[in-house]
Design a protein around this ligand. Structure first.
Ligand code: 13P
Ligand code: SF4
Length: 309
């Protein structure tokens, strides 16, 4: 790429020429969030993908998010800036192993977190995100036995909220798993008036210490409206960009990753860049391609989730 190129202007031009829409997750770099047509959490992004009239979806997020957009839009081109932008939850739940594992529970229905591959979605009865997981689980009769995959922490949090028992696939997010109760206790001691807000992908020892647990969009909405001034934030640091815009007066204290970094960054989300977004719009590559039979199997569970609203 010519270093003299005005990337933002070129991206705007290509977006017009391609009739493209740029969707970005809250964990993307601020410069990507700022030029996206829509920024949201996983549920909002899948809703935006379902309703777009664009011919091309440039999905600035991780693979399972772009793949979900493709499941919903077989006739559109879905491109992602970096095809290697995976997710530890999706990558550690291979569809074949999951299909074999679930055979042990023949009388269970399967609720899968959207952070999984199309193959795992195809093995599921319904999909959920962190913002609707409780509602999705409660949409089943109380006596219906359920498997919840692939995030054990989100699954345990849903168990606590609903009082229901769930069979859990033992997956976890490598970013949120780094937050520890000790770190939170240290930060609370340093900021006694702060509200602790965390994502439900955190371990139960951390989420039990929180004043509020929610999806990225819910955490942002909480900060925007809460009367307090200091917030200890337990999720990927990309979300701080919109939080700062919503509450320039607030002090935002990210929980440090236990690796010693002063905040937690998702190595997959951060593979995307403005340069790669420009190339993806220019070349319409890398493109998400899905086998049609698999897409159709994965579509039903995603549509069941979207129908819940
Ligand atoms: P949200 O749906 O809350 O944005 O979460 C997505 C994710 O990958 C969290 O790690
Ligand atoms: Fe996956 Fe965790 Fe990254 Fe979210 S933060 S995309 S769950 S690895």
């Amino acid at each position: 790429i010519d270093p003299a190129l005005d990337l933002a202007a070129e991206i705007a031009r290509l977006r017009r020429e391609r009739n493209a829409v740029i969707l970005a997750h809250y964990y993307q770099e601020p410069e990507i969030q700022d030029l996206a047509d829509f920024v949201g959490d996983s549920l909002q992004l899948s809703q935006a993908a379902a309703r777009t009239g664009a011919d091309v979806i440039a999905f600035c997020g991780v693979h399972f998010m772009a793949e979900t957009a493709k499941i919903l839009n077989p006739g559109k081109r879905v491109v992602i800036p970096d095809l290697d932008a995976g997710c530890s939850l999706a990558d550690r739940c291979p569809a074949d192993a999951f299909g074999a594992w679930k055979q042990q529970f023949p009388d269970h229905k399967v609720v899968s977190y959207i952070n999984c591959s199309a193959g795992v979605k195809a093995h599921s009865d319904i999909i959920c995100t962190s913002s609707n997981a409780v509602r999705v689980v409660e949409s089943f009769p109380k006596d219906q036995k359920l498997i919840f995959a692939p995030d054990r922490h989100l699954g345990r949090w849903v168990m606590r909220q609903t009082g229901r028992d769930l069979v859990l696939w033992p997956g976890f997010c490598i970013v949120h798993e780094q937050f520890t109760a000790n770190r939170v206790a240290q930060l609370k001691a340093r900021h006694p008036d702060a509200k602790v807000i965390v994502h439900p992908e955190c371990d139960a020892t951390v989420s039990r210490m929180a004043d509020f647990v929610g999806s990225t969009a819910a955490l942002l909405a909480y900060v925007a409206k809460a009367p307090g001034r200091t917030f200890i934030v337990g999720t990927e640091a990309g979300i701080l960009h919109q939080m700062r815009k919503a509450r320039p007066d607030a002090e935002l204290v990210p929980i440090p990753a236990d690796s010693g970094c002063n905040c937690a960054l998702c190595p997959y989300m951060k593979l995307n860049s403005l340069e790669k977004l420009y190339l993806a719009l220019r070349d319409l590559q890398p493109e998400i391609v899905l086998d049609e039979a698999l897409r159709l199997k994965a579509l039903g569970p995603v549509e069941r989730m979207l129908a819940l609203g």
